[in-house]
Unconditional design. Sequence first.
Length: 136
Amino acid sequence: MTHLGLVTLVVRDYDEAIAFYRDAVGFDLLEDTRLDDGKRWVVVAPPGAKETALLLAEAATGEQAARVGDQTGGRVGWFLNTEAFERDYERMRAAGVVFDEEPRREPYGTVAVFRDLYGNRWDLIQHDRADGGATR
Protein backbone atom coordinates (compact mmCIF):
# COMPACT_ATOMS: atom_id res chain seq x y z
CA MET A 1 0.00 0.00 0.00
CA THR A 2 1.16 3.53 -0.71
CA HIS A 3 1.28 6.22 1.96
CA LEU A 4 2.78 9.64 2.60
CA GLY A 5 6.04 8.98 4.42
CA LEU A 6 7.62 12.34 5.23
CA VAL A 7 6.64 15.99 5.11
CA THR A 8 9.45 18.55 5.13
CA LEU A 9 9.32 21.43 7.59
CA VAL A 10 11.98 24.09 7.00
CA VAL A 11 13.46 25.19 10.34
CA ARG A 12 15.97 27.80 11.51
CA ASP A 13 18.08 25.42 13.58
CA TYR A 14 18.07 21.63 13.91
CA ASP A 15 18.63 21.48 17.65
CA GLU A 16 16.03 24.10 18.64
CA ALA A 17 13.48 22.41 16.36
CA ILE A 18 14.23 18.98 17.84
CA ALA A 19 13.86 20.38 21.36
CA PHE A 20 10.51 22.01 20.53
CA TYR A 21 8.93 19.05 18.76
CA ARG A 22 10.29 16.50 21.23
CA ASP A 23 9.93 18.35 24.54
CA ALA A 24 6.98 20.71 23.98
CA VAL A 25 4.85 18.91 21.39
CA GLY A 26 5.77 15.41 22.59
CA PHE A 27 7.10 13.87 19.37
CA ASP A 28 9.70 11.13 19.27
CA LEU A 29 13.06 11.79 17.63
CA LEU A 30 13.24 8.93 15.12
CA GLU A 31 16.48 9.81 13.38
CA ASP A 32 19.27 12.37 13.55
CA THR A 33 21.98 11.48 11.05
CA ARG A 34 24.80 13.82 10.04
CA LEU A 35 25.21 14.27 6.28
CA ASP A 36 27.75 16.08 4.13
CA ASP A 37 28.14 19.88 4.24
CA GLY A 38 26.82 20.17 7.82
CA LYS A 39 23.35 18.96 6.90
CA ARG A 40 21.44 16.43 8.97
CA TRP A 41 18.60 14.00 8.30
CA VAL A 42 16.29 14.72 11.25
CA VAL A 43 12.95 12.92 11.52
CA VAL A 44 10.36 13.39 14.27
CA ALA A 45 6.88 11.93 14.69
CA PRO A 46 4.12 11.55 17.26
CA PRO A 47 4.62 8.52 19.53
CA GLY A 48 3.37 5.40 17.81
CA ALA A 49 3.03 7.02 14.37
CA LYS A 50 3.26 4.30 11.75
CA GLU A 51 3.34 6.26 8.50
CA THR A 52 3.78 10.00 8.22
CA ALA A 53 6.59 11.85 10.00
CA LEU A 54 8.24 15.28 9.79
CA LEU A 55 11.62 15.81 8.19
CA LEU A 56 13.13 18.86 9.91
CA ALA A 57 15.25 20.60 7.27
CA GLU A 58 17.47 23.48 8.36
CA ALA A 59 17.25 26.43 5.98
CA ALA A 60 20.37 26.50 3.80
CA THR A 61 19.66 29.55 1.64
CA GLY A 62 18.19 32.99 2.14
CA GLU A 63 15.12 31.95 0.18
CA GLN A 64 14.58 28.95 2.45
CA ALA A 65 15.19 31.05 5.58
CA ALA A 66 12.50 33.48 4.40
CA ARG A 67 9.97 30.60 4.46
CA VAL A 68 10.66 29.54 8.05
CA GLY A 69 7.50 30.18 10.06
CA ASP A 70 5.28 30.97 7.09
CA GLN A 71 5.36 27.90 4.92
CA THR A 72 1.61 27.95 4.31
CA GLY A 73 0.94 31.68 4.02
CA GLY A 74 -0.63 31.90 7.48
CA ARG A 75 -3.04 28.98 7.04
CA VAL A 76 -3.05 25.93 9.27
CA GLY A 77 -0.68 23.58 7.51
CA TRP A 78 -0.41 20.59 9.83
CA PHE A 79 -3.02 18.60 11.73
CA LEU A 80 -1.96 16.74 14.86
CA ASN A 81 -4.57 14.11 15.69
CA THR A 82 -5.04 12.99 19.28
CA GLU A 83 -7.25 10.50 21.07
CA ALA A 84 -7.01 12.50 24.33
CA PHE A 85 -7.48 16.17 23.50
CA GLU A 86 -7.63 17.61 27.04
CA ARG A 87 -4.55 15.67 28.17
CA ASP A 88 -2.45 16.73 25.19
CA TYR A 89 -3.74 20.32 25.17
CA GLU A 90 -2.88 20.80 28.86
CA ARG A 91 0.50 19.05 28.56
CA MET A 92 1.47 21.16 25.54
CA ARG A 93 0.35 24.41 27.21
CA ALA A 94 2.34 23.53 30.33
CA ALA A 95 5.39 22.94 28.09
CA GLY A 96 5.07 26.43 26.60
CA VAL A 97 3.22 25.76 23.36
CA VAL A 98 1.28 28.87 22.33
CA PHE A 99 -2.35 28.32 21.36
CA ASP A 100 -4.14 30.98 19.29
CA GLU A 101 -7.51 30.11 20.77
CA GLU A 102 -9.38 28.15 23.38
CA PRO A 103 -10.48 24.65 22.34
CA ARG A 104 -13.68 24.67 20.32
CA ARG A 105 -16.22 22.10 19.17
CA GLU A 106 -16.76 21.65 15.45
CA PRO A 107 -19.01 19.15 13.63
CA TYR A 108 -15.98 16.86 13.17
CA GLY A 109 -14.57 17.06 16.72
CA THR A 110 -12.61 19.22 19.17
CA VAL A 111 -9.86 21.49 17.88
CA ALA A 112 -7.51 24.32 18.87
CA VAL A 113 -4.92 26.10 16.73
CA PHE A 114 -1.38 26.32 18.04
CA ARG A 115 1.87 27.73 16.69
CA ASP A 116 5.21 26.04 16.53
CA LEU A 117 8.34 27.87 17.66
CA TYR A 118 8.57 29.62 14.28
CA GLY A 119 4.92 30.66 14.00
CA ASN A 120 3.64 27.92 11.70
CA ARG A 121 0.00 27.16 12.50
CA TRP A 122 -1.15 23.66 13.49
CA ASP A 123 -4.46 22.14 14.56
CA LEU A 124 -4.53 19.91 17.61
CA ILE A 125 -7.61 17.88 16.87
CA GLN A 126 -9.63 15.02 18.29
CA HIS A 127 -12.02 13.68 15.69
CA ASP A 128 -15.39 12.30 16.71
CA ARG A 129 -15.16 9.56 14.07
CA ALA A 130 -12.85 6.62 14.58
CA ASP A 131 -11.51 7.01 11.02
CA GLY A 132 -10.26 10.53 11.76
CA GLY A 133 -13.07 12.16 9.84
CA ALA A 134 -11.12 12.08 6.61
CA THR A 135 -13.05 12.37 3.39
CA ARG A 136 -11.85 11.95 -0.17
